[in-house]
Design a protein around this ligand. Structure first.
Ligand code: HPA
Length: 246
């Protein structure tokens, strides 16, 4: 079973991968965000695609999610681990925490969000009650335990349109809706993967308090600092996960 990592902000390169090949296929929806790397990590074949592009310049609402997921499907990827940076809403989800979410609330709009529109796929109403693969989630949670990484094994990920951050009132609304964390790229990635029957799970790294949850302004310096610290743990988690990926 081939496994792909979709990297988010801060994970647009993966130098630890021993690269064997690189492909940049055309799909019916155009090119993916970047050339797809095929290589070896921890003795396991791994595919890597940075969703914001090689130089991190593709905004969340401009990502060609359909081309990305279709291209991975075409090379027989069966498992996707998505890495996303998020803002923390719930008190326990402070910067540097890792969450393996189990639920999604989608607040995005105007994104090309489905293959299931009659061309070429039939219209099908997929079951999305549980948006993530429980098998992949469990493997990620078990890998975190082995590595003694403190993670949250559950959480509701609210996905906003971006690229601007939210207002404090918007975050209050998300909190009242039951969201624990907020990010901009979790959808439609997860539902497109489900439409193509690809197992999909997400590792979220909190890089700031969501709007109104701290007295400090949300600055790129704060985000960058937490990103650098937290990515190390994400890489530990992915390395351990790959030992049991197949
Ligand atoms: N809001 C939305 N997306 C984000 C945030 C946030 O606070 N932090 C990182 N991605």
């Amino acid at each position: 079973m081939k496994t792909a990592i979709i990297g988010g902000s801060g994970l647009n390169k993966f130098p630890e991968i021993n690269m064997i090949d690189e492909i940049f296929p055309d799909t019916p929806w155009g090119k993916p965000s970047a050339p797809i790397e095929i290589g070896i990590l921890n003795k396991t074949e791994i595919i890597f695609l940075p969703r914001h592009g090689e130089d991190n310049r593709i905004a969340p609402h401009k990502i060609n999610y359909k081309a990305n997921i279709w291209a991975l499907h075409e090379i027989n990827v069966r498992n996707i681990i998505s890495v996303s940076v998020v803002g923390g809403i719930t008190k326990s989800m402070s910067p540097n925490n890792i969450i393996i979410p189990d639920q999604i609330i989608d607040y995005t709009y105007n994104r090309d969000h489905t293959f299931s529109d009659g061309d070429p796929m039939d219209v099908e109403h997929i079951d999305f009650s549980n948006p993530y693969s429980e098998i992949l989630r469990k493997k990620l949670i078990d890998s975190a335990r082995v590595k003694k990484l403190k993670i949250h094994p559950k959480g509701t990920y609210g996905i906003t349109q971006g690229p601007r951050l939210e207002t404090a009132a918007e975050i209050l609304r998300l909190e009242n809706d039951g969201c624990n964390i907020v990010g901009m790229t979790g959808m439609p990635e997860a539902s497109l993967a489900r439409e193509l029957k690809i197992n999909y799970a997400c590792c979220c790294l909190v890089v700031n308090w969501a709007a109104g949850k701290s007295t400090l302004p949300i600055t790129s310096e704060i985000i960058q600092r937490n990103l650098e610290g937290g990515l190390y743990n994400i890489l530990l988690l992915i390395n351990e996960f790959l030992l049991n990926a197949n």
